[in-house]
Design a protein around this ligand. Structure first.
Ligand code: ADP
Ligand code: MG
Length: 671
């Protein structure tokens, strides 16, 4: 007699909610049903360990998933502990009361918190997202238990009666609805299973009903009693005719006769039941780590280095974090941190658990203690989660500082790749910043890597408490050359993140100033000018200023006249540090296509070298017909060595250059 009944506890409410809830992640039912099988097997293994149950010899604990696209079904079979009728009643029919009720109460009106349903004891019911009808056939491992058949059409009714299952374990069969047929395609099934189940602790085999059988050939001594022999292949002995010492022909055997077997291809589990993160770091080789990285992240570049997290107390957390090889600006970096709960994949990049800056890394974290049965917003305020996040941050900082102290060579080697990450971390996470503070290094003009302290110490005499920096090696090559000639030092800070990072450093180190290499001309480049000389130059300075303002048709042009030691330098442009930073900021907030000149090329100063012949020439020939052109040319040249010209200015510059060269040849005048 079949027992009929209604599923208790708000089941009228639950189905619509489950369906809506999981709308964006329909594939999650695979995870739930497979992990239920895993749980059932894990429980049985425990009973075996405790001596309460004896495993049949040669039985392999496993989960089989069979897709059938003709029948439109998916079957999940496990050889776990199974259920008695009472247990089905309790665990399935009553929808694990508390779980369901909690679930309803807390999340009635929230959407998109889709990763956590499995943790409410509702995982089984996710089957109804994709199936119109679900059957369970189960037999408990307990002596004398009767098999149970259960089925439901996904409304609120079920039927339960004695079944005919002969072996302990559970078979769950889903009859897919028309919208979900993709899931009985074997390739799709494999994709989903690989996403969620790649590291589950029980072997999972996927196959599709009605698929062509596949074969393989093995040697005689490889045969096991589990193999199904299709055909015995007898290979005859191979012989060759050879000449012996006496010069006679002889037939010799080169390989003996042997038997081989054609067998049904042995199934291979799709998962790895012993993920690398569960092993002790001492047992893992460099190759293991690299292979694991390749397999999980499909990144064929080698990671730079990694951190194996392995913690039992005060909470349980294991994982591996990789520093990937990237040499991009930080804002285009994108890592992946995969979060697992007892080897069951939960989601990528859960920002409530993993500090934001660590998302630039790639890695796996398995935290069985994670309270995932609360919402994400609750996670954020959870003290425990904060501890996890702090622990990970500390481990990363320890790894980096340890490397600095004991393996400085590699630390420097990796610096160009990892510095955006470290800087981002310093900006985002105070604790991390504190730990890293003394281990930030700067590459200088000689290509040496110095800490800030070393950098300040080395330049104490020439520019105390000032660090000159290069933002663009090409655009600033002129200034770099000048620095080199005068044996001044500067450091490379060329990434996008460096601009906020410099401000951060200045805040941290109050009396230290960072100046762009093109922000001002240091006194080192100038001749000393006495007060009297200055007085004497004043009229010339005014004349030059007027002349250039006129030539460039810009009444507000800032002009400075200096006596530079290097007489060959005629003109330069400097941009004050404040203005440079302002422009930098504007650039960050501007939208594509925005006219940057809107913000003005403000703060630009044209520096003329009083010691240069051309400058002296225009000064003494203000009325010559070519003087204005020379002034314009000097200005453009200065601008060029400070960066690039706008297309319009470049066109004018080229035309004028041609014209001026014409003057050299005298052709122009004759024409
Ligand atoms: P949870 O796994 O969180 O407990 P589920 O809805 O996924 O919630 O499953 C409810 C219960 O049904 C399980 O706790 C277990 O007792 C039982 N169950 C589900 N699937 C199986 C299975 N394959 N074998 C044995 N018991 C199962
Ligand atoms: Mg479950």
């Amino acid at each position: 007699m079949a027992k009929k009944g209604s599923l208790t506890i708000n089941s009228e409410n639950i189905f619509p909610i489950i369906k809506k809830w999981l709308y964006s992640d329909h594939d999650i039912f695979y995870r739930e049903l497979v992990s239920n099988g895993c749980d059932a097997i894990t429980k049985l293994k425990k009973l075996e360990l405790m001596g309460e149950w004896q495993k049949p010899e040669d039985m392999e604990y496993k989960i089989e998933v069979i897709t059938d696209s003709k029948e439109k079904t998916i079957t999940f079979t496990d050889n776990g502990l199974g259920m008695t009728m009472d247990e089905v009643d309790e665990y399935i029919n009553q929808i694990a009361f508390s779980g369901a009720q909690d679930f309803l109460e807390k999340y009635k009106d929230k959407a998109n918190e889709d990763q956590i349903i499995g943790h409410f004891g509702l995982g089984f019911y996710s089957a109804f997202m994709v199936a119109d009808r679900v059957t369970i056939d189960t037999l408990s491992y307990k002596d004398g238990a009767a098999p149970v058949h259960w089925e439901s059409d996904g409304g609120t009714e079920y039927e339960m009666e004695e079944g005919d299952k002969k072996e302990f374990g559970t078979v769950i069969k889903l009859y897919l609805n028309e919208d979900s047929l993709e899931f009985c395609n074997e390739y799709r099934a494999r994709e989903v299973l690989e996403k969620y189940c790649s590291f589950m602790p029980v072997a999972i085999y996927l196959s599709s009903a009605g698929a062509e059988p596949q074969y393989e050939t093995i040697e005689k001594d490889e045969l096991t009693d589990k193999d199904t022999v299709i055909e015995t292949i007898v290979e005859e002995a191979k012989t060759e005719e050879k000449e012996n010492d006496k010069g006679e022909k002889e037939v010799v055997e080169v390989s003996p006769a042997k038997e081989k077997y054609k067998i049904l291809k042995r199934p291979v589990p799709l998962n790895d039941i012993h993920p690398l993160w569960n092993k002790h770091p001492n047992e893992c080789t460099e190759e293991d780590y690299k292979n694991f990285y390749r397999k999980v992240f499909h990144d064929y570049r080698e990671p730079l280095f990694w951190i194996h997290l392995n913690m039992d107390y005060p909470f349980n957390l294991k994982g591996i974090l990789y520093f990937p090889k990237l040499n991009l600006n930080y804002d285009s970096l994108e890592g992946t941190i995969k979060l697992y709960n007892n080897q069951v994949f939960i989601a990528d990049n859960i920002k409530e658990v993993i500090p934001e800056f660590l998302m630039l890394l790639k890695g796996v974290i398995d935290c069985p203690d994670l309270p995932l049965n609360v919402s994400r917003s609750a996670l954020q305020n959870d003290g425990f989660v904060k501890k996890i996040s702090d622990y990970i941050t500390k481990k990363v900082a320890d790894k980096l500082t340890g490397m600095f102290k004991t393996d400085r060579e590699n630390y420097e080697k990796y610096w160009d790749d990892i510095n955006p990450f470290i800087k981002f971390g310093c900006l985002k996470d105070e604790k991390f910043a504190e730990k890293m503070n003394d281990f930030l290094i700067f590459k200088n003009l000689e290509g040496k890597y110095l800490t800030l302290a070393d950098c300040l110490e080395e330049n104490k005499e020439k520019h105390e408490n000032t660090v000159f920096y290069i933002t663009d090696e090409k655009e600033q090559s002129q200034y770099i050359n000048m620095f080199r000639q005068e044996k001044l030092d500067a450091v490379y800070l060329t990434q996008n993140i460096d601009s906020p990072f410099i401000s951060y450093l200045e805040q941290k180190n109050e009396n230290v100033k960072f100046l762009s290499i093109s922000s001002d001309l240091s006194d080192t480049f100038k001749e000393e000018v006495s007060e009297e000389d200055k007085e004497a130059m004043k009229a010339d300075v005014d004349a030059l200023t007027q002349l250039f303002r006129k030539a460039l048709k810009n009444e507000n042009l800032d002009v400075k006249v200096e006596k530079l030691k290097n007489q060959n330098l005629s003109s330069m442009i400097t941009v004050s540090e404040e203005n440079r930073r302002m422009q930098e900021m504007m650039k960050m907030y501007s939208t594509p296509g925005m006219d940057m000149s809107m913000f003005g090329a403000g703060g630009e100063t044209l520096v003329l070298n009083y010691n240069n012949k051309l400058v002296q020439h225009v000064l003494h020939h203000t009325e010559d017909e070519n003087t204005l052109k020379i002034c314009q040319q000097l200005y453009d040249l200065a601008a060029l060595s400070h960066g690039t010209l706008t297309p319009e200015r470049m066109t004018v510059f080229i035309a004028r250059s041609n014209e001026l060269m014409g003057l050299l040849t005298g052709e122009e005048k004759e024409a």
